[in-house]
Write a protein that binds this ligand. Structure first.
Ligand code: PMP
Length: 292
């Protein structure tokens, strides 16, 4: 069966799922999106993802053409039509088709696109052995310019960083802000652990308020670990006992080396392992049951 893709209330085969070349998401990256996981027929933290989507849309003055319950149903129906039990959803609200000028006011109808597909995980050895990161020269966009709390379709800042990491033989990049504070990676939030205490950069530095990040913070609290959101530098990364990343696609993944410095003993750490295990147990029960 060909993939069934939702566009503005209708379903199309993969080959026929098309949007206009005049859509400003295509012309200018003018739109917002979410990447969401499905675990055992449960859309992980769908409500939180939708709330973030509406917040992003509000920031760019884009009216989502569906109410939250309608969008929930559009997502659920797309998952059901594609018989996805474990997979990945891409939800996009684009500004819609307009003229060749920038004016969003000339785009009368925003579009809603939902794609539900399977997902290729990072290879298992990354989870077992940990990731190697490199700090890249491309800095996080300043929050005054394009606040990364807005999950917009304009991801060039992240893509440039990803290219630079790749050029250095790494799959993920460590991104700093213009003051040298650690912000996040190209598609993941970052945590450091020192003496049993977790730290992650605050969103005001330009880190996305990750849904996975929030879940990990909750789990860490439940397990009695202190977690703080505070600025820190590369020094704290090199000096950490453990480092790990969180994100919808990557889930939670250990980091074992940054800029050629081994983290801790150079192997995934025990607290990281404990948190990842707890996260995995939670995924299929913490969200919206599509087949219920
Ligand atoms: N930071 C960035 C830049 C991201 O794009 C993402 C999502 N892929 C994340 C962090 C992680 O957020 P979430 O856990 O909500 O997927």
């Amino acid at each position: 069966m060909s993939l069934q893709i939702y566009i503005d209330g209708l379903f199309y085969d993969r080959e026929n799922a098309k949007v206009s070349v005049f859509d400003h998401a295509f012309l200018y990256g003018d739109g917002v999106f979410e990447g969401i996981r499905v675990y055992e027929g449960c859309v992980f933290r769908l409500r939180e993802h939708l709330e973030r989507l509406y917040s992003s849309a509000r920031y760019i003055m884009l009216t989502v053409p569906l109410e939250m319950d309608e969008l929930t149903e559009a997502v659920a129906e797309t998952v059901r039509r594609n018989e996805i039990r474990n997979g990945y959803i891409r939800l996009v609200i684009s500004r819609g088709a307009g003229t060749l000028g920038l004016s969003p006011w000339l785009c009368p109808q925003p579009s809603v696109v939902v794609i539900a597909d399977s997902i290729t995980l990072y290879p298992k050895e990354y989870y077992d052995n940990g990731l190697v990161l490199v700090t890249v020269p491309t800095m996080r966009n300043r929050v005054e310019s394009l606040n990364a709390r807005v999950k917009s379709c304009n991801y060039l800042n992240n893509i440039l960083a990803k290219i630079e990491a790749h050029n250095s033989g790494c799959v993920e990049a460590l991104m700093l802000d213009h003051n040298g504070f650690v912000v996040e990676c190209t598609g993941d939030n970052i945590f450091v652990i020192k003496k049993g205490k977790l730290r992650t950069p605050p969103s005001y530095l330009g880190a996305l308020e990750g849904i996975t990040r929030d879940c990990i913070i909750e789990i860490a609290h439940e397990k009695g670990y202190a977690v703080s959101e505070e600025p820190f530098t590369r020094y704290d990364i090199f000096d950490a006992d453990e480092v790990f990343l969180t994100g919808t696609a990557a889930e939670a993944i250990p980091v074992v080396e940054v800029d050629k410095r081994p983290i801790g003993n150079g192997k995934p750490g025990p607290i990281t392992h404990e948190l990842i295990e707890a996260f995995r147990k939670r995924t299929a029960v913490d969200g919206y049951q599509v087949y219920a």
